[in-house]
Design a protein around this ligand. Structure first.
Ligand SMILES: O=C(O)COP(=O)(O)O
Ligand SMILES: [Mg+2]
Length: 215
């Protein structure tokens, strides 16, 4: 059976509330007004340093604050990364069903690997994952195809599909030459019709059947 790789934030887990709380703590320490949840979601997708960079620039803080803010963000997020974060409904059942059917499964995310591993363990997802690649596992991040290629290489089976929620994920899959499945309830900014995808779904209960129809 072939391999399936999943994105993490906005795909397997609704992680924005904890990211939002952590970035607002960082901004508060800098004397800035908080972001709305929607503003935070708009900054998710290119990894933690980019999220901090966007929040910093949005609040008019100097680039010289960046490194300290990334460090603070890592600390605050590390202290509470699964306080509010949960898998989307049906995720655990879908992963169990796919594994029972013989697929091997991995994760390719732009989230730092340490936070990724901790969150997967805390939420009961780690045991399903035969390969986990984070945003700092390589020198390059998604949409560079290298992290996704590494995840599939580690799984050691034919690459069936990459499942993600965002523009970055669609571009990564295209660049890696892997079919893309779009979860439509995540953090994308583009309409579904404008995001290239092989299949789209809004309920994880449908994913096993959709995946089994792929060639
Ligand atoms: O950490 C981010 O900014 C995005 O993470 P993702 O790649 O799991 O969506
Ligand atoms: Mg995502």
């Amino acid at each position: 059976m072939p391999a399936i790789v999943f994105d993490l934030d906005g795909t397997l887990i609704d992680s924005a509330p904890d990211i939002h709380a952590a970035v607002n703590r960082v901004l508060q320490d800098e004397g800035c007004a908080p972001l709305t949840l929607a503003e935070t979601i708009g900054f998710i997708g290119h990894g933690l340093p980019t999220l901090v960079d966007r929040a910093r620039a949005y609040r008019g803080l100097a680039a010289a604050r960046q490194d300290d803010m990334v460090e603070a963000m890592t600390r605050h997020y590390g202290a509470a990364s699964t306080a509010l974060t949960r898998p989307y409904p049906g995720v655990l059942a879908a992963l169990s069903s796919l594994r029972s059917a013989g697929y091997v499964i991995g994760v390719c995310t732009n989230k730092p690997i340490v936070a990724t591993q901790r969150i997967l363990a805390d939420l009961g997802l780690a045991d399903h994952m035969a390969a986990v690649v984070g945003g700092d596992s390589l020198e390059v991040k998604k949409p560079d195809p290298a992290p996704l290629r590494l995840a599939f290489d580690r799984l050691g089976r034919r690459a069936l599909v990459y499942v993600g929620d965002s523009e970055v994920d669609a571009e990564t899959a295209r660049a890696a030459g892997v079919p893309f499945a779009l979860f439509t309830r995540g953090y994308r900014k583009t309409p579904v019709t404008a995001l290239p995808h092989r299949l789209a779904f809004e309920d994880f209960a449908r994913l096993p059947a959709l995946v089994s129809s792929l060639p």
